[in-house]
Design a protein around this ligand. Sequence first.
Ligand code: PLP
Length: 420
Amino acid sequence: MATHPHTPDELQARAASLDDADPLSALRDRFLLPEGVIYLDGNSLGALPAAVPSVVADVVRRQWGTDLIRSWNEHSWWQAPLRVGDAIGRLIGAAPGQTVAGDSTSVQLFNALTAACRLRPGRPLLLTDPAHFPTDQYIADSVARVLGLRVCRVPVRELPRFLAGEGDRVAVAGYSPVDYRTGELYDMAATTRAVQQAGALMLWDLCHAAGALPVGLDATGVDLAVGCGYKYLSGGPGAPAFLYVAERHHAAFDHPLTGWNGHAEPFALDGHYIPAEGIARARIGTPPMLSLLALEAALTAFDGVDMGRVRAKNLSLTGFLMDCADTLLDGFGFTVVTPRDPGRRGSQAALRHPEAYALVQALGTHGVIGDMRAPDLMRFGVNSLYVSHRDVLTAMLRLREIVSAGEHRQESFRRRTAVT
Ligand SMILES: Cc1ncc(COP(=O)(O)O)c(C=O)c1O
């Protein structure tokens, strides 16, 4: 690892001055973080927004407990998938009426990929990244099997070359703008353009972008997008995902899961499926209302928040984290794998270390929560709404203490848990 000019004292002073000048610092009060915990895993499960517990209690006790079935009308439960979809849409640059909330990212990937292939009949190829999150690859394989098509795994950087040769055979390209392991950010606009110039459709998985980057879906002309509600959107464990379908595709959008909620007249209870107009045809079945309304409450943490500022802060936090790693961890076997170029990184920084798992476990016992991705990556996700530069510095100082004392070598930190 390259040596870096900053001393620990200089890092301390820099953290203080960056935090003092942070226009988003007050947003931390919109979250209920446990005392003494530094939470750098919001790229896996966002922290609990303060607005959520009372809303969930009200939904359970009053809306469900007292108002019962009437709540579908009286509390507008029926409209929630599109209402919450629009709230997410505001954060990802989607005008109203193009985003629906519901189901999991995996399910929405299946829907989006299948519908995309149906929009491009006669094109036999689906493209995905061999480094993409596994579920994206598995679902692409399954869609290809169901439709009798073929998946080509093409790294995002090699897309232009592949498209030059095979572009007219490609139905859809499904990629993530952010590498979930390294945090590397790819050029969404250029990739979208290249895919569309080949006549194919562009599908983005925004799990690591929604709520962290000002994703301009409409402005970029993206065709389809999916993403989860539980990472930077902080909607809670297993929060509903979302599907974005650009308006120009609505009329021809042939959704594979034709559930009754997506029917033009659900309560006509007709035996034949007629899709609803617009994004409502991407509804499926009865939504998990408790989770959906928890997500809606969570999204209020973004009220009045400028995504440009969110982005500027997470770049500052990740840049600072890498500076701290350079100074404090030099000589301990770490490699920073996240790009230093701000234009090429998302909202997380990752360090490679052969004992990554044990180090993450040891850090957890010192109140610093990150995570590990096999075989050797420590990931630190920074949510601009509740992470400070002081948090980042403290995390790196604790990591140095652990590694210099060899504390992570204890047997208990090597025992694998189900979730890493
Ligand atoms: C890029 C990406 N897609 C999808 C998922 C998960 O899909 P699901 O929400 O269906 O579990 C993850 C989870 O970390 C992810 O990083």
